[in-house]
Write a protein that binds this ligand. Structure first.
Ligand code: 13P
Ligand code: SF4
Length: 400
């Protein structure tokens, strides 16, 4: 062991790609990694009481949003819980709250900042709560991709659609090119609208879908009736996206090569195994799962949809759920009369969602009480303007 260490160990290089957690800020990524405060200890027995006291002191000045993947200890202090679409709407609907405390991940807090007024301050309790999927698309890569589409002669018949799980800069790019944001709960409506702008689903126009290839493919194939051959995957790390001009011209859905590290781990085998183990079980998965998993499941939908399905399920019915573990555990606890399974016991929590914990929440609330605003998320004004155009387009989609 020591021989190996001695022979192979080298000092960490000064490469900008290697960023040590807690030191500096990764400017090329949506994640911040700076933590300047003194966090309360995680094991402090008085922590819940400190949170209650700080929350009460803030009163109506603060509004706390909690995404469904957050820890129980955080959800206990949320004024409202929801999926990313519901939380974006809730943030926009609280003009009187001075502080919006966003217990979720960085791109969600950015969207809240864009949708709230300039005198409201959006706070993310831990700046390292990013999203590995959102990090798979950088704005310079998206601009390069658009140049590739332009050179292939298809940019003017292509509309960009970006998933909520993307940086504000990419939402702004989408707004500048007359596209829309979507979430997992409105992806079908958003895609139909997008195709309508370029000649309809049955025409020849195209959608550039970023950054989750699985949500894009699942929605196109299962909801819109497009085929696997209609979809190509654009790899930002390869010249020309790794595609020929002919492939780009023939495609209807140009899918960014991004995925969720949590949902990407569920497999078709999981579905087969649980069906064999629990006859009659209903398999319910999030659309960030791979296409073969979604195709093998009985139901697919956003986190809010999953909760509603279980609320409406018959007592005694059996369910296997393929999404983040915090949500599934809470759903199981809320429905002791139903038989709730996790689709794959080796898939675990979303590590970045889980960075928001009670010590961070207490820290930022006590700071606010003391008159200090910590971990504010601010989107620059030009990006905010164009990202808002794309977000407003989403909020105006028909039937939502
Ligand atoms: P929802 O849109 O269902 O909230 O999902 C967001 C997310 O990050 C799922 O991984
Ligand atoms: Fe991102 Fe996946 Fe975590 Fe959702 S579950 S925040 S997509 S890494």
């Amino acid at each position: 062991m020591s021989t190996l260490l001695n022979s192979s160990f080298t000092e960490p290089s000064a490469s900008p790609a290697l960023l040590l957690l807690g030191q500096k800020t990764d400017l090329s990524s949506e994640r911040g990694v700076e933590c300047t405060g003194d966090l309360p200890a995680a094991s402090d027995p008085d922590l819940v009481e400190r949170a209650r006291v700080a929350r009460a002191a803030l009163g109506d000045r603060a509004f706390i949003l909690g995404h469904h993947y957050q820890r129980d200890e955080v959800i206990d202090f949320a004024d409202v819980t929801g999926d990313s679409f519901k939380l974006a709407r809730e943030a926009a609907a609280r003009p009187d709250a001075e502080f919006i405390i966003f217990c979720g991940v960085h791109f969600m807090a950015e969207s809240a900042d864009i949708l709230t007024s300039d005198d409201q301050q959006v706070i993310l309790p831990d700046l390292a709560a990013g999203c590995s999927m959102a990090d798979m698309a950088a704005i310079n890569q998206v601009e390069d991709c658009w140049d590739v589409l332009t050179d292939a002669g298809i940019a003017d018949v292509t509309l960009p659609v970006t998933y909520m799980n993307s940086t504000a800069a990419i939402k702004a790019f989408t707004g500048r090119h007359a596209g829309t944001v979507c979430t997992s709960s409105n992806a079908e409506v958003a895609l139909r609208w997008a195709f309508d702008q370029v000649g309809g689903v049955d025409g020849t126009g195209k959608v550039l879908f970023m950054p989750d290839q699985h949500l894009g493919r699942n929605t196109a194939m299962i909801k819109l009736g497009l085929t696997a051959e209609d979809c190509v995957v654009y790899d930002p790390r390869k010249p020309g996206g790794g595609l020929t001009t002919q492939q780009l011209q023939d495609a209807r859905m140009i899918l960014w090569r991004g995925h969720c590290s949590v949902h990407g781990r569920f497999s078709e085998r999981n579905v087969t195994d649980i069906r064999a183990a629990v006859p009659g079980i209903n398999v319910l998965v999030h659309p960030e799962c791979k296409n073969e998993v979604v195709a093998a499941a009985d139901f697919v939908g956003s986190t809010e949809y999953i909760i509603t399905m279980l609320n409406n399920a018959e007592p005694g019915s059996s369910w296997a759920i393929g999404t983040e573990l915090n949500l599934v555990r809470r759903v199981a606890a809320a429905h002791p009369d139903k038989n709730v399974h996790y689709l794959d016991s080796t898939v675990c929590f979303c590590s970045t969602m889980n960075r928001i914990d009670l010590p961070h929440l207490v820290w930022i609330m006590e700071s606010l009480v003391a008159g200090r605003v910590t971990n504010q998320i601010v989107v620059d004004s030009d990006d905010a303007h164009w990202a808002r155009v794309a977000l407003d387009q989403m909020l105006a989609l028909p039937g939502l």
